[in-house]
Design a protein around this ligand. Structure first.
Ligand code: NZQ
Ligand code: ZN
Length: 388
């Protein structure tokens, strides 16, 4: 296990009615706030009104930027930075899913940066200061509510890139499972796939001494397998929504990656799909993941897939190891396609051969993917082809 620092100081306000406490958390830092949100779902389900109430109860002046797109755009970030600088705003509050939270994070750092906000997406070392970030989570998926990551798209250049800084970790996040009751079914299942993918990216590691982290990861995967379909079929099942929400935060807040290598494989491949086709992140991951698993399965990786099959899917351990591994991969695919009703192929989401070469090239722009198994441009293209 490598050395690590684990310091996630997000105050989590979890459960019904907890939003009432948010205003006083923000007030510790600022008398005004930029509210960042998306296409307006928060106005239909009462979350917007509850947010304004806690802010007004604490005499916090509110500025707004709305219309953050799923796969948030750098143009929206620039607009938010402009509002913050002009009005001397002291805090940023995202109300929404990962897109609104990520957008808020880069606005917060962009406000403290003299140049163009795209610079800090390209180079996170330029993030040396940021406004305090807060979030009210409305979709369980990205874990952005409890980490310092942000992913921003520059569609004119077909680029979707991540940046990160401990300065972007939210100071407080409201996690009320009821706020996810209104999430559409296809976004619910995409969120489950995203949580599982964050877990897989850490679980499939070559680092040997991270036993505890692996068991945490298996618990998160089992939670998704148990509660994901319940949340899909019964949107107002509180326990299902609550467990998915908590799983979302812990899959990618550093707990299961602690002490291990941090190189991911499927996310860099998916970000190219979103950058070129603007598809839902979790859908891309669900299509790619089983194909990636199949592609990397060989004598050097099979034991890990056996561990996954037995511990997560409870496959009979007396079977042959390749039988267990292949069954585990098949169960993963069936779970996404049949239990969560996510499209199973790239063609189903409108992706064909046209940009496979350029997407594969861009996926390895920083060098071969150094995840569980090294992947070069040709490997990435083969995986895309296997998903068509
Ligand atoms: O625009 P609004 O009105 O908010 O509607 C959203 C949007 O249409 C809707 N929605 C959210 N909560 C809802 C709701 N509709 C009804 N009721 C609710 N309670 O769902 C749609 C998708 O929202 P979005 O925020 O885009 O989804 P998600 O949370 O999956 O975020 C996706 C973005 O996060 C990035 C992805 O790449 C993508 O850009 N990621 C961020 C990460 C991070 N910060 O750590 C890691 C992830 O791997 C991921 O890359
Ligand atoms: Zn993700």
């Amino acid at each position: 296990m490598y050395n690590f620092i684990f310091n996630v100081d997000t105050k989590v306000l979890f459960g019904r009615g907890q939003i009432d406490k948010l205003g006083e958390e923000i007030k510790k830092y600022s008398n005004n706030v930029l509210l960042v949100y998306g296409g307006g779902s928060i106005k239909k389900n009462g979350i917007y009104d509850a947010t304004l109430k806690t802010l007004s109860d604490n005499n916090i002046e509110v500025f707004e930027i709305l219309g953050v797109d799923p796969n948030p755009r750098i143009e929206t970030v620039r607009e938010g930075v402009g509002i913050c600088k002009k009005n001397n705003i002291g805090a940023v509050l995202a109300v929404g899913g990962g897109s609104s939270i990520d957008c808020a994070k880069v606005i917060s750092a962009g406000t403290k940066y003299d140049g163009d906000a795209w610079d800090i997406v390209l180079n996170n070392k330029l993030i040396t200061s940021a406004l305090p970030v807060f979030s009210v989570l409305t979709l369980s998926a990205t874990g952005s509510e409890m980490n310092g990551n942000a992913v921003i798209s520059n569609m004119s250049q077909n680029l979707k890139l991540g940046t990160r800084s401990p300065l972007l970790i939210p100071k407080a996040s409201v996690l009320n499972p009821e706020y996810t009751f209104s999430v559409p079914k296809h976004q619910t299942s995409a969120g489950v796939a995203d949580i599982m993918s964050h877990t897989f990216e850490n679980y499939f590691t070559n680092e040997k001494g991270v036993y505890l982290q692996e068991r945490f990861a298996e618990s998160i995967l089992k939670t998704c397998i148990h509660y994901g379909p319940i949340a899909y079929n019964e949107p107002e099942n509180y326990d299902a929504r609550a467990n998915m929400m908590w799983a979302s935060s812990w899959a990618i807040n550093g707990l299961i990656s602690a002490g291990s290598s941090n190189n991911w494989s499927v996310h860099p491949m998916e970000h190219e799909l979103s950058a070129f086709y603007d598809i839902t992140h979790g859908v891309g991951l669900a299509i790619l993941t089983p194909a990636w698993m199949k592609y990397v399965l060989d004598d050097s990786t099979v034991d890990k897939f056996v561990e996954y099959g037995i511990n997560v899917w409870e496959i009979d351990s007396s079977l042959d190891k390749y039988e267990i591994a292949n069954l585990a991969i098949e169960k993963t695919k069936n779970f996404f396609c049949n239990d969560l009703h996510i499209p199973c192929s790239l063609r189903e989401v409108g992706i064909d051969e046209e940009y496979l070469d350029i997407m594969a090239k861009q996926a390895v722009r920083g060098g071969k993917l150094q995840g569980y198994k090294e992947l070069d441009e040709n490997d990435v293209k083969n995986i895309y082809i296997n998903c068509l």
